[in-house]
Each structure stands twice: as structure tokens, then as C-alpha cells.
Design a protein around this ligand. Structure first.
Ligand code: GLN
Length: 186
């Protein structure tokens, strides 16, 4: 079993550390031939969704990954990764557009750009949540399920094989969200 971590830009190394701590095998996806390896799950990290979206197309990774996600590949998007999966993006352009939800980019504005809290996530429990110039989910369609809310805003959701969090569990000690994702790959 191996998880591919999109490693074009952003906070991918922190996801690698998390998977190491959980004893899960992973490899980096940097170019098209990386997609020839067996892939049991995919992590889309935080970073800049606009830059990642452009690189995905420039490196010819976009279509293959979109097909795999549509075919049921388990995928976990954090922060910018959430934006890449949303089928509607306020303040940005949809990328994979495989999830029935509206992401609002840079949703917390400048003042609250980055913050930390503890809140409940369904199926996971009470966990630390670190937000960095985060989006939130402005709306979910009928196919997606809300897993967590903070201050009345949706910050985690699932749609079958797809999981997204507006926050960055890879920046905290708690491994339970990554364990939840690994369970989705079994
Ligand atoms: N604001 C970034 C974007 O729109 C996301 C920030 C993050 O991933 N920490 O892509």
C-alpha cells in the first residue's frame, strides 16, 4: 500500500512526516511517470491552489489524477488541496472539481488569516485545528457530508472517496485525521 503525495509546491513534507509516524508507505508525485506506480491514495497538500493548479496542467498530471479521483481513488485535500477538489470556488478557479461543494478562498480575511482552535470532527473526535490563510466551505451540495464546523463555518467534509479539511492536521501532533484517511484507503 502506498500513498502518493502531490509534491509540486507547499506543505507536502509535513504530510510525509505524518505518514511516517503512522507507518504508512508514501511517495512523492512530481512528474507524470510517478503516476505509473501503484497508487492507493492521494494527498493534496496546502500551499497556493492557483500555483498548484497551473503546475498540474503544465506537468500533464491533471487529467490522469482527475480520472483516478473520479474512478474512486481515496484523496485527502488540506487547505489549498480542498480548493483543488471543490467544484465551485469563490475567489478562484475550480481545478479537479470533483467535490460537490463551494470553497471560499482566503475566507477569513487578513485579521484572522491564521489561527488555532480545538473542535470536534465527526468520525475523528476532538482535535487541534490550525488554519493558515484558509478557505472555508461556503456550501455543500447533497453529495457531500459535513464533518466539522468552526464558528458556524464548514471546515471539513467528505464525499465518498474524497476528504477535505480547511485546516492543517499535518502541522499538529495529533495523527487522527491522517489515520481516518488511511482507513478510507483500506
Ligand atoms: N490561500 C491559499 C490558496 O488559496 C491556501 C492556503 C493554504 O493552503 N495554507 O491556495
Amino acid at each position: 500500500m502506498a500513498i502518493g503525495i502531490l509534491a509540486l509546491q507547499g506543505a507536502f513534507a509535513e504530510h510525509e512526516t505524518m505518514l511516517d509516524r503512522l507507518g504508512a508507505a508514501w511517495f512523492e508525485i512530481r512528474q507524470k511517470r510517478d503516476l505509473e506506480k501503484p497508487l492507493d491514495g492521494l494527498i493534496l497538500p496546502g500551499g497556493e491552489s492557483t500555483v498548484m493548479g497551473k503546475l498540474l496542467r503544465d506537468l500533464d498530471l491533471f487529467e490522469t489524477l482527475q480520472e483516478k479521483i473520479r474512478a474512486g481513488l481515496p484523496v485527502y485535500g488540506t487547505c489549498a488541496g480542498l480548493i483543488l477538489l471543490a467544484d465551485q470556488v469563490e475567489g478562484g478557479i475550480p481545478c479537479f472539481a470533483t467535490m460537490d461543494l463551494t470553497a471560499k478562498r482566503n475566507a477569513y480575511g487578513r485579521q484572522l488569516g491564521s489561527f488555532h482552535t480545538v473542535a470536534q470532527m465527526e468520525g475523528v473526535g476532538e482535535i487541534p485545528m490550525t488554519f493558515i490563510r484558509a478557505p472555508y466551505i461556503a456550501a455543500v451540495g447533497p453529495k457531500a457530508q459535513v464533518l466539522a464546523e468552526v464558528d458556524g463555518h464548514i471546515v471539513a467534509a467528505r464525499q465518498g472517496n474524497q476528504l477535505v479539511t480547511a485546516f492543517h492536521p499535518e502541522l499538529d501532533e495529533d495523527t487522527s485525521v491522517h489515520q481516518y484517511f488511511l482507513d478510507m484507503t483500506k
